[in-house]
Design a protein. Sequence first.
Length: 483
Amino acid sequence: MSASAVYVLDLKGKVLVCRNYRGDVDMSEIEHFMTLLMDKEEEGTLSPILAHGGVRFMWIKHNNLYLVATSKKNTSVSLVFSFLYKIVQVFSEYFKELEEESIRDNFVIIYELMDELMDFGYPQTTDSKILQEYITQEGHKLDTGAPRPPATVTNAVSWRSEGIKYRKNEVFLDVIESVNLLVSANGNVLRSEIVGSIKMRVFLSGMPELRLGLNDKVLFENTGRGKSKSVELEDVKFHQCVRLSRFENDRTISFIPPDGEFELMSYRLNTHVKPLIWIESVIEKHSHSRIEYMIKAKSQFKRRSTANNVEIHIPVPTDADSPKFKTTVGSVKWVPENSEIVWSIKSFPGGKEYLMRAHFGLPSVEAEDKEGKPPISVKFEIPYFTTSGIQVRYLKIIEKSGYQALPWCATSLRTEITSSGPSRRCYSATGGPQKTGGGGEFYPLIRSENAGGTSETRASSVSNINSFAILLRDISLSDQCKC
């Protein structure tokens, strides 16, 4: 990969900052970018790669900014886009919000960062934690001595500094999953997959080595435990700290972690998943004068589990008024600024179903919405529950000083159900993972220490966050629809 120059533009195409790395492309070429962008947009052929003469423009949009890289050479486009998104990530960690105002307020820092991020068109130091060691937003005295790069830049372990010390050594581990389902009109799950990631927050002294064990199917088969409960991981992507050769040989995830928060790995599972909350809805309009809703919610998990803090968001017409509600459990409120009603249920046990009815007046007469119905979303939490079955079987912490470390583990689920075509109901998902070490419950793993400095833990999934959003499309009036 090589990029000749990188630009940050505002929405009008004005250059806010730019850096010429190779000098083989005239910097005035960027003046053609916005014209090309608008022309392609009008033609309906807009693409992330635009060309003018022999110059290629590779661009992304973030908030009210365009980030553009130019090149004349045969460039690896995917790497260029990865680098542009890395710029967004680094700038966001420095300035919290990356937008036009933050660019204008931090010109000096931005140019320093751009000099370190890339050299002669090739990415160099892109780890924000390393950059923050010697590029700060604080003033510093002039150093007349020869400048020295931080040791972490030239170390074999460039992602972790030496000499890190903590009074309390802790490791937080989150398993966060997103479930995608394709559902037909009659409620059959046509396709399902789980996309997950393992995120960690590491507060350990020194240069510890961590070894993580999962119930990986390939590992279990290789060790003669094929009948044990396991999952088959696909499309696994690791952080740069993981020793890939070790994983290829014996499926051991061994690594020296960065300090602080990072994503250790991401993966995908092809497995059958059913919706944990089933929605039945009836929506009736009467002579364009009133509209009635009947929403039935049924939990499809075991009775020993309970969904907490359930919120069902039901969209209503923007001109609806005079709301009336009746529900068997919980409370209902109208949120006119969002054109929706919110049905809140504090506790939703497994194997139960509840009914809610709503009535609205419609003062204006409008044509039928040809684009279908907006989404109904359901958000909830289920503690002590997991969907994929992935388990953290052990976490070993090896450090020559032999200090005691306290690992913590939690799991989170974010569910997304999708569909397409006029004969299907469309589901999608919203929601967020539980924050590690923050507001949710975390349970310490059993740990044992020895003089060699090894702390081994056995773990299982301990908590879960779920959220569904259900898009109801092509619903006939007075016709009951199961979603």
